[in-house]
Design a protein around this ligand. Structure first.
Ligand code: NAP
Length: 439
C-alpha cells in the first residue's frame, strides 16, 4: 500500500522530512513538496547569509532527495490559496507543514512603523533576493544603524552592513543589495541587547567572524562584562561566545584606528521607543539590570542614534485557515508535531524559530515516526487516497502553473550563468523572471 505525503514548504524541515519518509517507506511512499515560490530550499536560499556559502552547501543533500523517483517538487503553488488544506487532506494520507516562521515578531513599542525601520525577515529577505522583499530599498545614507537583538540573525545583519564589496566576492548577495551596501554611509552599527553578556544567543563561530572584518571592528564596554570567574558556570558554547566579547573589549584603540566601521555592543539596553518624525533617527532604550536571568528596567533612559533600525528579535509562523494556531507562541498548535489526525508540523512551524539547520533533521525523522505510528494505529492511512494524480487533476482544472524540479534546474542554470566573477550565482529576485527562465 502506498502512502501519499504532502509536505508544505521546501526548506530544510521539508526536505529532511521527505528524506526520512523515503528512508522509512522506500518504494511505498510518494511525497509532493509544495512551495509558494518557484524555487526550492526556503531559508537556505533566502535566510542563510549570502557570505555563509558553506552552510548553503547542504542544499546538495536536499537535491539528492528531490531528484529521487518518489519525491517531487511542486513549486509556484500556495497552499491556502491555490489549493486548500482540506483538499490536500482529501488527496494525501498526511499533510506536513514545514512552512517555517516567515514573519517578524513585532517589537510592540511606539515608533515601530517609522520609515527605515525593518524586521529581520524583511531586511534579510532584501539582501537575499526574496521576491517579497526585493523592493525594500532601505536608506543607507545615514551614519548610524541599530540592530536590535543578541542572536545570530543580529550578527548576520551587523556583518552584512559592515563588509566591503571585496568581502562579498564569493557570496551570492543579490546585485541590488551589493550596490546599496557599496554606497552605504553607515559607520556605526549598534547591536542593542536588553540583557547582558551571559544571556546572548550568539554562537561562537559567528561571533568570532567579527574579529576578521576588513573595515569593521567590534567594541564591547568592559564595564558590561561580569567577573571573568563567573564564566565558569556557563555551558561551553556560551562560555566561548562570552570569551569573544571579552576579546572585543580588549581591542586596543590603536588597532581600531584604521577601521572605518564600528560594531558597538550596547547591552543592558531595552528598547522603549523609536524616535523620529517620519523617518527613524534613534532608539530610546531603558537601562536594565539582570536578575535571575530577567531584564529589570532601572528607569534610566537614553537614545542610541539610528538612521536605520533592523529588529532581529525572532519570527512567527503564518497561520493557515482551518489549521489550529498557537497565537502566543506564533506557531502551529501541536503535540510533538501532531496538529490534528493527518495534519502535522515540523521545523520552525512546529517548535518556533530555534536551533540550526541541522536541528531540522531529527525533527523530520520524528515527524515521520509520528505519521508511521498514526498509520499503524489506524488513525490515518488505509489506502484510499489518490495522492499526486488527484493533485495533478485539480491543478489542471484550476490552470495552476506548477514549477517542477526539472524547471528549477533550468532556473538554477540561468542563475549560475549570470553570476558575477567569483560568485556562485546571481539570483532572480522576482517570480516572473524565475518562471521565464525555465523556458
Ligand atoms: P534568537 O537567537 O532567539 O535571538 C533573538 C534575540 O532578540 C535575543 O537576544 C532576544 O533577547 C532578543 N529580543 C527578543 N525580543 C526582544 C525585544 N522585544 N526587545 C529587545 N530584544 C529582544 O533569534 P534569531 O537571531 O532570530 O535566530 C533564530 C534562530 O536562527 C536561532 O536559533 C539562531 O541560532 C538561528 N540562526 C543561526 C545562524 C547560524 O548558525 N549561522 C544564523 C542565523 C540564525 P532575550 O534573550 O532577552 O529574549
Amino acid at each position: 500500500m502506498t502512502c501519499h505525503l504532502a509536505i508544505v514548504g521546501s526548506g530544510p524541515a521539508g526536505y529532511y522530512t521527505a528524506e526520512a519518509a523515503q528512508k522509512l517507506w522506500g518504494d511505498d511512499i510518494r511525497v509532493d513538496v509544495f512551495d509558494t515560490l518557484p524555487v526550492p530550499y526556503g531559508l537556505i536560499r533566502t535566510g542563510v547569509a549570502p557570505d555563509h556559502q558553506s552552510i548553503k552547501g547542504v542544499s546538495r543533500r536536499y537535491e539528492t532527495t528531490a531528484l529521487s523517483e518518489n519525491v517531487r517538487f511542486v513549486g509556484n503553488v500556495t497552499v491556502g490559496t491555490d489549493v486548500s488544506v482540506g483538499e490536500l487532506q482529501q488527496l494525501y494520507d498526511a499533510v506536513v507543514f514545514a512552512t517555517g516562521a516567515p514573519h517578524d515578531r513585532p517589537l510592540g513599542i511606539p515608533g515601530e512603523h517609522l520609515a527605515n525601520v525593518f524586521g529581520s525577515a524583511a531586511f534579510v529577505g532584501w539582501y537575499n533576493g526574496h521576491p517579497q522583499f526585493a523592493g525594500l530599498d532601505p536608506d543607507l545614507s545615514g551614519a548610524s544603524a541599530a540592530v536590535i537583538g543578541m542572536g545570530n540573525v543580529a550578527l548576520d545583519v551587523a556583518r552584512i552592513l559592515s563588509k566591503t564589496e571585496a568581502e562579498f566576492a564569493s557570496s551570492d548577495i543579490v546585485a541590488h543589495a551589493l550596490d546599496a551596501l557599496g554606497a552605504s554611509h553607515v559607520h556605526t552599527v549598534t547591536i542593542v541587547g536588553r540583557r547582558g553578556p551571559h544571556q546572548i544567543m550568539m554562537t561562537p563561530k559567528e561571533l568570532g567572524e567579527l574579529m576578521h572584518l576588513e573595515r569593521a571592528s567590534p567594541r564591547v564596554d568592559p564595564a558590561d562584562l561580569p567577573a571573568a570567574a563567573d564564566d565558569a558556570m556557563l555551558e561551553p558554547g556560551l562560555r566561548k561566545s562570552v570569551g569573544h566579547l571579552r576579546s572585543f573589549a580588549a581591542i586596543p584603540e590603536s588597532e581600531r584606528a584604521d577601521k572605518a566601521i564600528e560594531i558597538d555592543f550596547d547591552m543592558f539596553a531595552s528598547p522603549v521607543r523609536l524616535i523620529g518624525e517620519d523617518r527613524v533617527t534613534g532608539v530610546e532604550v531603558e537601562r536594565t539590570r539582570v536578575e535571575a536571568g530577567r531584564a529589570i528596567g532601572t528607569g534610566e533612559t537614553y537614545v542610541i542614534p539610528a538612521d536605520i533600525v533592523v529588529a532581529c528579535i525572532g519570527y512567527r509562523s503564518s497561520p493557515i485557515p482551518g489549521v489550529p494556531f498557537d497565537e502566543r507562541m506564533g506557531r502551529f498548535a501541536n503535540d510533538e508535531g501532531r496538529i490534528l489526525p493527518g495534519l502535522y508540523a515540523v521545523g520552525w512551524a512546529k517548535r518556533g524559530p530555534t536551533g540550526t539547520i541541522g536541528t531540522n533533521r531529527p525533527d523530520g525523522q520524528g515527524i515521520v515516526e509520528r505519521i508511521a505510528e498514526d498509520i499503524a494505529s489506524g488513525a490515518i492511512g488505509g489506502g484510499a487516497k489518490e495522492g499526486r494524480a488527484g493533485f495533478d487533476r485539480l491543478a489542471a482544472e484550476r490552470g495552476l502553473d506548477v514549477v517542477t524540479f526539472r524547471d528549477w534546474k533550468k532556473i538554477e542554470d540561468a542563475e549560475n550563468r549570470a553570476a558575477r566573477d567569483g560568485a556562485p550565482r546571481e539570483k532572480f529576485v522576482d517570480i516572473e523572471s524565475m518562471i521565464r527562465a525555465r523556458g
